[in-house]
Design a protein around this ligand. Structure first.
Ligand SMILES: NC(=O)c1ccc[n+]([C@@H]2O[C@H](COP(=O)([O-])OP(=O)(O)OC[C@H]3O[C@@H](n4cnc5c(N)ncnc54)[C@H](OP(=O)(O)O)[C@@H]3O)[C@@H](O)[C@H]2O)c1
Length: 280
């Protein structure tokens, strides 16, 4: 794959535990386990330096192999994986992490996230305590959560005194989560947006298309720029190699106030694509 002309967007954000993380990464949800190795190696060769996987994606083995195959030192690639709901609980979390580490087979796992709070099981506090231990023992660099609502965050912080470095949540122009973002800013917890392209649905929107035309960019580049300009960490997924390269070429332009206002108007409180964290 020729990626020599792909401009790179390699901004780093500082997490509250002091570690640095690329603001733009590559998500591998729904990537076939058999294809993950080649896709991840290509993504790193294209310029990505962060990969987001999860136990539930069943492709950690391919992700690890792709990182090792990429020709880039492992230390330069920020790898995230996640604890699945069935593995919550103190001892089970420790065991699940070991299993993920074995599948990834990398020197370092940069970030371990609790995938969902799964409040019906009420095991997320003990799971968080196990994750704190994993970090204290140096087995993972940073720990965070995903799909946590503000009351779930307040509970784990209140009971342990340790806050997650980030919360990975559904966020895209159709579902902008502004009140939730304010809460995170007040608590110095980064937001990482999942389904940042609204699983490609938002790319067909007429407003996004108009802004794309104005800047001579693709709709995906406009939407990714929108995430980055607001300080959000983001992980668009692309199994198509041209999308992969397109999504990295988001430097060298900025959205203006009119663009931001037009995108702000696309927000829809019912715009959620995925499950509701309160009940999932
Ligand atoms: N924590 C959670 O609960 C959670 C939930 C969902 C997702 N995630 C994470 O977030 C990542 C991203 O979310 P997602 O995979 O749901 O959706 P997404 O990144 O919003 O959208 C991916 C879709 O957009 C298409 N696409 C990508 N770049 C494009 C471009 N430049 N032009 C046109 N189409 C383009 C992709 O097509 P092709 O594949 O054909 O290129 C794919 O159909 C996941 O991979 C996963 O790592 C986390």
């Amino acid at each position: 794959m020729d990626t020599t002309n792909a401009p790179l967007e390699q901004a780093l954000v500082r997490l509250s535990d002091g570690h640095m993380m690329p603001q733009l990464g590559f998500g591998v949800f729904k990537v076939d386990p058999a294809e993950a190795q080649a896709l991840v190696a290509d993504a790193i060769r294209a310029g990505y330096r962060a990969i987001d996987t999860a136990t539930a994606y069943h492709n950690e083995q391919g992700v690890g192999a792709g990182v090792r195959d990429s020709g880039t030192p492992q230390d330069d690639v920020f790898v995230t994986t996640k604890l699945w709901n069935d593995d919550q609980g103190y001892d089970r979390t420790l065991a699940a992490f070991d299993a993920s580490a074995q599948r990834l087979a990398l020197d370092t796992i940069n970030l371990y996230l609790m995938h969902w709070p799964h409040p019906a099981a009420d095991r997320y506090v003990e799971s968080w305590k196990a994750m704190i231990r994993l970090q204290e023992e140096g087995r993972v660099r940073s720990i965070g959560v995903s799909n946590f609502l503000p009351d779930h965050l307040e509970r784990i912080i209140g009971e342990t005194g340790v806050k997650p470095v980030l919360n990975q949540i559904e966020l895209h122009p159709r579902f902008q989560q502004r009140a939730v973002r304010d809460f995170h800013a007040q608590h110095d917890i980064h937001i990482e947006s999942w389904s940042p392209l609204g699983q490609a649905q938002i790319l067909k929107d007429a407003t996004i298309a108009r802004i794309a035309e104005k800047h001579d960019k693709t709709p995906a580049q406009i939407v990714i720029r929108w995430h980055l300009d607001q300080g959000i960490i983001t992980i668009p997924k692309a199994s198509d190699r041209s999308h992969m390269v397109d999504n990295l070429a988001v430097g060298g332009f900025a959205l203006d106030e009119a663009d931001m206002a037009a995108i702000a108007a696309l927000d829809d409180p019912d715009g959620r694509i995925g499950p509701d964290p309160a009940t999932f």
